[in-house]
Design a protein around this ligand. Structure first.
Ligand code: 7TS
Length: 416
């Protein structure tokens, strides 16, 4: 298991007081905090190696290029890609999905084709498909979620047909914490000849991922949810698919030969990386991957499961219908950790989630309240907003106890 007190020493921000109380950071699904190793990698790059990449032949340019490409190799190894060419650096998971929608979608989708998504997608795995569907005359289909927060796979099977060209599904829901059976979903997509995209924004940070085991053709990831800097993420894509796809954006570095009336594209992965990329933050992502690998993804997964299980059992002390501590707290999605990890959304009868979050903030506890960029899912749950606690490697059971105390305080203030 993880040595959490040692890990906590690596995160300068965890020493901060918020409203005079030690920070209890439970908003990790939004973004994680950064260890000193990642902060140092950024400072080192700008202090000692800063130069543009893939062009200069001077020492700094060669050092910066080597550091940037080393980060790509680390990422490729981390997710079990066949090679670094299959990793395209982008700004975030949102841009990774947009890249596939605009490049692959515009080139290969035809009127009457179908794309299957689910009702539990983050807006970043919905809006790009709505845009491309409108442009190309494509129909979107949705796998419903059942009352426990699981995807209805019988309905998925019914939706699949030769018209299905792509299935794009979130691996771990950022609202319910549900771990979707992506390998099975991918296999079923492949059986009808469709491609399979996994939104790995929440899963890659918290569980071991090997793309080959997951039957995925594309994987979208943000660095900032896995200890890395903001403004950097990556798209994994199978080489033969990326090779067939046209560029997403045009400009420097993505070309091989340019004439006034036409151009020839660079090879992978550069064809998709137009312009000067986010060099420093890519190197920071490399440092984050190193840090996670040292801890071991299997250990991280176990640690979060343990915290989620503890939080579910503590929060259920306040659950419907009526419990010794008083009724009023409702947990959404799975109630066990069999297929859930890292994220718990809940509501308290009679208190708006924003009020809960504000009262908790006074205690130094950071949670998120709102619809978490998943409005259709909240429509399905018939609730405009929820409170969400999400965990990571530096969280402790003690912090979950503090969350409980904070919720009890909120109930007292609202006389519930
Ligand atoms: N997919 C999932 C499942 C997510 O949770 C998020 C971000 C994204 C995609 C998009 O990531 P981005 O880095 O491109 O913005 N989720 C959240 C969240 O739950 N709270 O803030 C951001």
């Amino acid at each position: 298991m993880l040595n959490v007190s040692k890990i906590r020493e690596d995160f300068p921000i965890l020493k901060r007081l918020i409203n005079g109380k030690p920070l209890v950071y439970l908003d990790n699904a939004a973004t994680t905090q950064k260890p000193q190793a990642v902060i140092d990698a950024l400072v080192d790059y700008y202090s000692n190696h800063n130069a543009n990449i893939h062009r200069g032949i001077h020492t700094l340019a060669e050092e910066a290029t080597a550091m940037y490409e080393k980060a790509r190799e680390r990422v490729a190894k981390f997710i079990g890609a066949k090679g670094a060419q299959e990793i395209i650096f982008v700004r975030n998971a949102t841009e990774a999905i947009n890249l596939v929608a605009y490049s692959w979608g515009r080139a290969f989708l035809k009127k009457g084709d179908e794309i299957i998504l689910s009702e539990s997608e983050h807006h970043s795995n919905l809006i790009p498909w709505q845009l491309v569907a409108k442009e190309k005359g494509v129909n979107l289909r949705f796998i419903p979620i059942n009352a426990e927060g699981y995807l209805d796979l019988k309905e998925y099977k019914r939706l699949l047909s030769t018209k299905t060209k792509l299935v794009s599904i979130v691996h771990i829901s950022n609202v319910l914490g549900t771990i979707n059976p992506v390998a099975k979903i991918g296999k079923m997509a492949h059986e009808v000849g469709a491609l399979f995209l996994i939104d790995g924004a929440q899963s890659v940070p918290r569980m071991p991922i090997k793309v080959e085991d997951l039957e995925c053709d594309f994987l979208a990831v943000s660095a900032h949810k896995m200890l890395g800097p903001t403004g950097i993420g990556f798209l994994y894509g199978k080489k033969h698919l990326l090779e067939e796809m046209p560029p997403f954006m045009g400009g420097g570095d993505m070309i091989r030969e340019v004439y006034l009336d036409h151009s020839l594209w660079n090879g992978l992965p550069y064809k998709f990386e137009a312009g000067t990329p986010n060099i420093a933050d890519t190197i920071g992502l490399g440092a984050a991957v190193d840090y996670l690998e040292k801890l071991g993804m299997e250990n991280i997964f176990k640690h979060e499961k343990m915290l989620t299980e503890y939080a579910l059992s503590r929060l259920s002390e306040l659950s419907y219908p009526s419990t010794p501590l008083g009724a009023g707290l409702r947990i959404y999605g799975p109630k066990t950790t069999e297929n859930k990890t890292g994220v718990i959304s809940f509501s308290i009868k009679g208190i708006h989630p924003h009020d809960v979050a504000q009262i908790l903030d006074k205690e130094g506890i950071a949670i998120r309240s709102g619809f978490h960029c998943a409005m259709p899912l909240h429509q399905k749950l018939k609730i405009p907003a929820t409170c969400r606690a999400s965990f990571y490697i530096y969280n402790t059971k003690d912090e979950i106890d503090k969350l409980m105390e904070g919720i009890l305080k909120a109930k007292k203030i609202f006389k519930i």
